[in-house]
Design a protein around this ligand. Structure first.
Ligand code: ADP
Length: 542
């Protein structure tokens, strides 16, 4: 039983939602009602040209024609208001005519009041309502004045009429005020929803679509009506269905609704497209989810970029790893034969130097130097490729102690060049000690190597910001022209020949890689001939 009532309620509310249908049914009801009146009402004597029965027939016929018009000719549907209004005018004027004909018989006087009061409710704008009120009342007054000896002297009629008209007026003004406010705010939201580039939807708490903004057509190719009543889940890509399943739309503020989700929906043309949706479950008065809103945007472009980028990064990582393995394996395997060559060259030198001619001595010398250079290159290459292969073993490091340790290990080079290394009070760092030692050693050795000053000097200082520590190694060496400054951090990039300054071109790239592995950055500030300042940052220790 309950079900039947619900269905009747739902059907009638659906009918009422569509104003054209409502107008059609009202016209039909009016047509049938007046037919009944015309057929069964007693034919009272009436002065004038036509009987009140005839007036009822005219009303019935007119209502029926209007009903037919709205039903059969779809183009007329847009005039449904005008159709309804004209019937209302006809009924009221017809009633006034009957009042005139019957000399304001009491029965028809009340019929007029009832129809007049009800009909006011059908006007949808203040203008049409006031026009109707003005016209009908002018007619009534004119007819009342024209009717001699009528029962209109009856105080009852006037009192009832004035009260009913007043009540109708007050209630209708109130209705218009509410409607105006509603329309205003509804218009704003409608504008927002209908012109939004994003797709805006309203769902019930089980996800079923109740409203979709027109942008659904642009995004997914469907008309809004095609999708209403369905769940987005039905057109979700099979691989992404689990994402939708994790959402809990039934609980407002559920953690699963805090972030936008990215998934694929099937376009009407069958292709899947990437979209991003954020769901908001709104709480109803009983604390449960009332309605769910969703905002969806096309992310095809950025998703494609992201996928391409991910693929490229994977490729790069793969080739990087391959290269590092290659560098590691080859330099590792080269060490052994090279050591043998170097040893035999040493033997050759020791045994035969001065015993062959001068040219042979020179050749032996070249071969020896070549072997030493190659051995250094292999050592540097190995330590370069090891940086990403070894686990970082981070500890707290007293930087002044570490600098002193490095100074001790490069004592010979420093003494040979009469070089000085000064350090201010340095902040403690958190890093892999062996790797950081390598950085400091490289920077100090470079500072005195690329230096023509009589007293080469390196000044080490440190600054602390909210996010990191910045260490600076400033020297008084030959400096670097800004146009070469980026390249010196790339492997094997050297600005000098080996004859000018020995080296493999791997020192700074090794330093940069180590710093970057620790989450820091490395750069240089310098001008040719004015010394160089190398900076690197490290995250603040925990
Ligand atoms: P290497 O010293 O083995 O050549 P690096 O990677 O350590 O390799 O340095 C790369 C280049 O950067 C060097 O060839 C040199 O030209 C320049 N360079 C490095 N440190 C300094 C410095 N302190 N002053 C001037 N030039 C430098």
């Amino acid at each position: 039983m309950n079900g039947i009532f619900q269905r009747i309620y739902r059907t009638s509310s659906e009918l009422i939602q569509d104003e054209v249908t409502t107008a059609r049914y009202l016209l039909l009801v009016a047509a049938l009602g007046f037919t009944a009146f015309a057929a069964f009402a007693e034919n009272e004597p009436m002065k004038g040209y036509i009987s009140h029965q005839a007036v009822n027939w005219i009303d019935a016929l007119f209502a029926f024609l209007l009903f037919l018009g709205l039903t059969v000719v779809p183009q007329w549907r847009k005039y449904y208001k005008e159709f309804a209004y004209s019937l209302i005018y006809l009924l009221n004027i017809g009633n006034i005519y009957i009042l005139y004909g019957t000399g304001f018989s009491q029965q028809y006087a009340y019929q007029f009041v009832v129809v007049y009061t009800i009909s006011g409710w059908f006007f949808r704008s203040q203008k049409s309502y006031f026009l109707h009120t003005g016209i009908v009342n002018s007619f009534l007054i004119a007819v009342a004045l024209l009717t001699e000896g009528s029962q209109l002297a009856g105080f009852d009629f006037y009192a009832t009429y004035v009260l009913a008209a007043l009540a109708q007026y007050i209630l209708i003004r109130y209705r218009f005020a509410i409607e105006e406010r509603l329309t205003e705010s509804e218009q704003k939201y409608r504008l927002l929803a209908e012109h939004s580039f994003d797709l805006i939807c309203v769902h019930s708490s089980d996800g079923t679509l109740e409203f979709a903004s027109p942008s659904i057509k642009r995004l997914l190719g469907y008309e809004a009506e095609e999708m209403v009543g369905h769940k987005p889940y039905e057109i979700t890509h099979p691989d992404d269905k689990h994402i939708i399943r994790t959402l809990n739309l039934k609980v407002p503020n559920h953690p699963s609704l805090q972030h936008p989700i990215q998934y694929r929906l099937r376009h009407k043309n069958g292709n899947y497209i990437w979209i991003e949706t954020i769901f908001v479950a709104l709480q109803s008065e009983d604390g449960e989810t009332g309605v769910v809103l969703s905002q969806t945007r096309d992310i095809r472009r950025s998703k494609n970029y992201q996928l391409q980028l991910e693929e490229r990064t994977r490729e790069l990582e793969r080739s990087n790893a391959d290269l590092e393995t290659f560098a590691f394996v080859s330099s590792h395997d080269l060490q052994e034969p090279l050591r043998m060559i170097a040893n035999y060259m040493q033997l050759l030198k020791r045994k035969y130097a001065g015993k062959l001619d001068a040219e042979a001595d020179e050749y032996i010398e070249f071969a020896n130097r070549g072997a030493i250079n190659l051995s250094q290159l292999i050592k540097d290459l190995l330590s370069y490729s090891r940086i990403t292969r070894t686990e970082l073993n981070k500890t707290r490091i007293g930087m002044n102690d570490l600098v002193s340790e490095v100074k001790r290990s490069v004592r010979l080079e420093l003494d040979e060049k009469h070089a000085l290394v000064n350090a201010t009070e340095l902040y403690e760092a958190e890093a892999d000690k062996n790797l950081l030692q390598l950085v400091i050693q490289n920077l100090i050795l470079n500072a005195i190597k690329y230096n023509q000053s009589k007293e080469p000097a390196v000044n080490i200082s440190c600054e602390k910001s909210n996010h990191h520590l910045t260490y600076c190694f400033a020297d008084n060496g030959i400096g670097i022209d800004p146009k070469h400054q980026q390249r010196i951090f790339e492997p094997f990039h050297r600005l000098h020949t080996r004859a000018e300054y020995p080296g493999t071109g791997l020192g700074l790239s090794t330093c940069k890689k180590i710093i970057e592995r620790h989450g820091g950055k490395m750069w240089i500030e310098s001008e040719a001939g004015k010394g160089a300042r190398f900076y690197f940052t490290l995250p603040l220790p925990h």
